[in-house]
Write a protein that binds this ligand. Structure first.
Ligand SMILES: C[S@@+](CC[C@H](N)C(=O)[O-])C[C@H]1O[C@@H](n2cnc3c(N)ncnc32)[C@H](O)[C@@H]1O
Length: 231
């Protein structure tokens, strides 16, 4: 989808939830957006970046490229080979096809882990989130930060979303855990879990992982960014 956009196509991203709910977004355009066009919370979040940066699920590399220009040593990883190809073509020096599930780095390799564009969602569900946060702990330095963007799922009036959340709780899942797949033209991904959490839930998830919230950056609607630091 990003590749098609990069090649000049008008793109619509379709997100299908496992209860049959569909939404369409113009997101590929956002993945290529410049710093000046980012939401204020994303621009603010960049002030907390330090040292060597790992951009997890970097997409077309908008944050990595901005930080590289600022002089940071940044590695962008994404499990999409075409996303990484785009990053390289756009000038990102360090970009690697790697899945979050297969992170393989030496201890203390990074000072900042970036999870932008809602990418806290990649942590999937409670168990996976705790496991991956533990992995982040191993590969980061003593004073490292995680900068993670998400959405408070409870801040909605959409009854379909509220019903889905209720059904999740009945199944013992987190309210904001959505099982989705992404469609573009004839291409469709596997089903995967995407996690949205309230601020209280985020604090709970971090317990026992070696991380805690330092502060939240609020957007004024459901979206927010957490600045997370090591204990
Ligand atoms: C919502 S986009 C955000 C892209 C970018 N961070 C931004 O804000 O523009 C999510 C990105 O994560 C990547 N991704 C999805 N699952 C992943 C995984 N398991 N490991 C690494 N990257 C993944 C996708 O290919 C996509 O580029």
């Amino acid at each position: 989808m990003m590749w098609a956009y990069y090649k000049g196509k008008e793109i619509c991203e379709i997100i299908e939830r496992d209860d049959g709910y569909f939404s369409a977004y113009k997101s590929p355009k956002v993945y290529f957006s410049e710093y000046k066009d980012w939401p204020a919370i994303e621009r603010k979040a960049m002030e907390f970046v330090k040292g060597i940066v790992l951009d997890v699920g970097c997409g077309a590399g908008r944050h990595s490229l901005y930080l590289q220009k600022k002089g940071f040593d940044v590695l962008g990883i994404d499990n999409s080979p075409l996303a990484i190809k785009i990053c390289k073509l756009r000038g990102l020096k360090k970009a690697k096809v790697m899945s979050l599930e297969d992170l393989s780095f030496k201890p203390r390799s990074f000072d900042t882990v970036l999870m932008m564009g809602g990418n806290f969602g990649l942590l999937g569900n409670l168990q996976k989130a705790k496991k991956l946060l533990g992995k982040f702990h191993k590969i980061t330095s003593e004073n490292a930060v995680i900068i993670a963007e998400t959405r408070d799922p409870y801040k909605t009036n959409n009854t379909a979303h509220l019903e889905y959340q209720k059904s999740n709780r009945r199944k013992g899942r987190m309210s904001g855990q959505v099982r989705i797949r992404v469609r573009f033209e004839k291409i469709v991904t596997e089903w995967f879990d995407w996690l949205m959490v309230s601020k209280e839930e985020m604090r709970e998830i971090l317990k026992g992982t070696g991380w805690k919230v330092r502060q939240f950056i609020d957007s004024g609607d459901s979206g927010y960014i957490a600045i997370i630091e090591r204990l």
